[in-house]
Design a protein around this ligand. Structure first.
Ligand code: DGJ
Length: 728
């Protein structure tokens, strides 16, 4: 991996074994984008954007002729004011009211490794030789502002991690109204856009559409990365499939408001900008101050979407997820939420624990309802003291009893929220976000604590850690059950109110950094009404995420398929729950529920004491099977074979890194009379080796090129099959 600057062609070339990323400096010192894609060994300098006179395209003041216009050039970090009419990557209001800036190339530096992004989650390196970083500085001489564009290239990964810093060297403050993490121009290319949208219980539904002329914005204004629009997009060639073709992924490492703007101009040039949402955002950057954006992780694949996902999965497992859970097998768990909701006591809990032990489950998680007298979702958020008498023996003893049975003990918190009916709210009504003089809107009967405030964070940290210090706890589920409105902080001046959403996120990240540093042995799982904050930002602190409140096996096919585009399987919490399913009322077999949930981090969320002997036997087998194969299932290479978004069948498989083992899952939603036969071809096996497969011995080349028939006798709705293969 190297980064070099060619003085003759005025080109930066970031290169590793997989990719090249090329930037050029134009004659007027504009920084232009040249290329991102498969590795180019030696770039000649030949490929430059042709000079063409486009009428009505203005020429900058120092252009030598009318052939140079920013209106059409593929710019690396486009701005506002000198003739680029497309969407800008930044929008700055200067002291004199002007929004016109003129950033030109100034200098560069190359740094071994990767600097941290202060206060923000980001990819990291463990050793300096794992990555190299280019920082290109652009300057606007008149306003004395600098833009520092940062590009990290990793050894062995087809990735460029980008972020931006704005440095204010002037004597005045500047108002930042937009500052993107990355912008990329694709000149002259037909593209499809893939994105993950949805809603509660229907997260990360994969949508693929043609990029058409005009502007499309994919964003969240909800104060969280959201159920509705995940901060991930892919731009692919129209012919790209799971297995072939060019694919570019862009994933923002951020958990709050975000936006991706896609614009195709009349010359078929497409610009994609990603970053903090500029809606209602403004930031007063004082003299001498610096603003740092979140990071955008840009991945390239020349072999379709599966390869794109493999890069994200491996990258996040090795360079985003930290701490003791890194690359470590995750425990199976039983969560009491759908088993009891708020209605639990020591006896009920211990019965579930005893059953869990008999079934081989490794951890019990006590969900919502153990604190502050909370018996429904109207009260007590903010009062993180144990409800006396609810667990008769007390939480500390409960934890001990559970540990004595050989299970780990986990507990639920929702630290960012406050109930109107809570001691905390009665004492500090101004600690909730809200506009003075106006009413506050409820969401799930609760308000949002102003996490931009240090005093608020300190109080919650102290309350939370007094529980964690007193009671042996192995796992924490960090929930967040509403979106933010009336985003106003009483501590900030009027001109700073546009900063609240981002300050909230910075506060949250500061809190989490302290928590995970001080409690390294605890496994954290984030949650936001299911998967409302499944993003790379939170994975930096919490290596698992509750994928969705929807535990219906059929709905989960789409949710987990979409999620797998960017996020590793080891991060996806997936539970077997009761039937009829509590979200969809569908009845699916225990086998199918197990086969879906074990394609993530397997857990159970149902009343184990209500199961029949046969069901218990089956769960015991599932748990045992999962434990035997969880290295493969949590950290193997995951291939999507058949998409639930394209038909009645879904199939995916996991292959071990040495290709000697694989697990294949096939699911069919609805049965059909006189249905055509289905064959499944496998991938990534060793073609010359034999595998034990379904009681037979079959060579890898046969399984990959001929495949096998799915049993035509498999009948009924919501059926599934699982195949384990091992090299003999
Ligand atoms: C929403 C979560 O997604 C559920 O799993 C559960 O923890 C509830 N909150 C508890 O209130």
């Amino acid at each position: 991996m190297t980064i070099f600057f060619d003085k003759k062609t005025k080109t930066f070339h970031l290169q590793n074994a997989q990719i090249s990323y090329l930037l050029g400096i134009e004659e007027n010192n504009s920084l232009v984008h040249l290329y991102f894609g498969k590795k180019i060994k030696n770039y000649s300098g030949n490929y430059r954007y042709p000079r063409t006179d486009r009428s009505f395209s203005p020429n900058p003041p120092d252009a030598s002729d009318r052939l140079l216009s920013l209106d059409t050039l593929p710019l690396e970090f486009p701005g506002n004011g000198f003739g680029d009419f497309r969407e800008p990557a930044y929008n700055l209001k200067l002291k004199n009211g002007s929004r016109i800036t003129d950033f030109r190339y100034d200098s560069y530096k190359i740094i071994a490794g990767k600097p941290t992004l202060e206060g923000l989650p980001a990819l990291y390196v463990e050793a300096e030789n794992e990555a190299e970083t280019l920082v290109v500085t652009l300057k606007d001489t008149l306003s004395k502002l600098q833009l520092k564009l940062s590009y990290t290239i990793y050894k062995g990964f087809a990735v460029i991690a980008r972020s931006t810093q704005l440095v204010n060297d002037s004597q005045d403050s500047v108002e930042v109204n937009r500052l993107a993490s990355q912008s990329i121009d694709f000149p002259n290319r037909e593209l499809d856009l893939i994105h993950l949208n949805g809603s509660w219980a229907k997260e990360r539904q994969l949508t693929r559409e043609k990029v058409n002329t005009g502007i499309k914005v994919l964003d969240s204004k909800r104060g969280s990365s959201s159920h509705h629009q995940n901060p991930f997009v892919a731009l692919v060639d129209p012919t790209t499939t799971e297995f072939q073709g060019d694919a570019y992924g862009i994933n923002l490492v951020y958990s709050g408001n975000h936006e991706t703007v896609i614009q195709k101009d009349p010359y078929d040039q497409t610009r994609v900008i990603t970053g903090l949402n500029s809606f209602n955002f403004s930031w007063q950057l004082g003299a001498g101050e610096t603003f740092q954006t979140p990071e955008a992780v840009m991945v390239y694949s020349s072999n379709g979407l599966n390869e794109l996902s493999h890069t994200y999965h491996d990258l996040y497992n090795h360079h985003l997820i930290r701490g003791e859970a890194k690359l470590k097998e995750r425990p199976t768990l039983i969560n009491n939420w759908e088993a009891t909701y708020f209605d639990f006591n020591e006896e009920k809990v211990m019965k579930i624990v005893e059953e869990a032990k008999a079934l081989g489950i490794e951890m019990f998680v006590l969900d919502d309802g153990w604190f502050g007298g909370r018996e429904d979702d109207f009260t007590s958020l903010g009062d993180w003291t144990e409800t006396e008498g609810k667990i008769a023996c007390g939480l500390e003893n409960l934890s001990q009893k559970i540990h004595e049975k050989g299970l780990k003990f986990g507990i639920w918190f929702e630290p960012e929220m406050i109930s109107e009916d809570s001691d905390l709210f009665r004492a500090h009504p101004d600690w909730a976000l809200g506009v003075p003089g106006r009413g506050r809107s409820l969401g799930r009967n609760q308000f949002v604590l102003d996490f931009s405030r240090q005093d608020v964070r300190d109080n919650i940290y102290q309350q939370m850690t007094s529980i964690l210090d007193r009671i042996p706890i192995d796992y924490v589920k960090w929930d967040m059950n509403r979106n933010m409105i009336e985003v106003y902080s009483v501590l900030l001046d009027s001109e700073n109110q546009g900063e609240v959403s981002h300050r909230y996120m910075l506060g949250l990240y500061e809190f989490l950094e302290k928590l995970v540093t001080n409690y390294p042995e605890i496994l954290f799982e984030s949650c936001s009404g299911g998967g409302g904050r499944f993003d790379a930002g939170l994975l930096y602190y919490m290596p698992q995420t509750w994928t969705s409140d929807n535990t219906d096996a059929v709905a989960r096919l789409k949710i987990q398929y979409g999620t797998s585009l960017a996020y590793p399987i080891s991060s996806m919490g997936a539970h077997v729950s009761a039937i009829p399913n509590h979200q969809t009322e569908r009845k699916t077999s225990l086998a199918t529920r197990g086969n879906v949930a074990m394609s993530g981090v397997l857990g159970y969320e149902l009343d184990l004491t209500q199961l029949s002997t046969e069901e218990k036997k089956e769960i015991k087998e599932q748990v045992n099977f999962y434990k035997q194969h969880r290295q493969l299932l949590q950290f193997g290479t995951f291939y999507r074979l058949k998409s639930p978004f394209e038909g009645n069948d879904t199939a995916w498989m996991f292959v071990s890194k040495n290709q000697e083992e694989a697990m294949v899952f096939y699911y069919r939603v609805l049965t059909e009379a006189s249905a055509p036969l289905t064959t499944l071809k496998l991938v990534r096996l060793l073609e010359d080796e034999n595998y034990e497969f379904d009681g037979k011995m079959i060579a890898g080349d046969e399984l990959m090129n001929i495949g096998f028939y799915i049993n035509p006798e498999l009948s009924g709705d919501y059926v599934s099959q699982r195949f384990y293969l091992r090299k003999v």
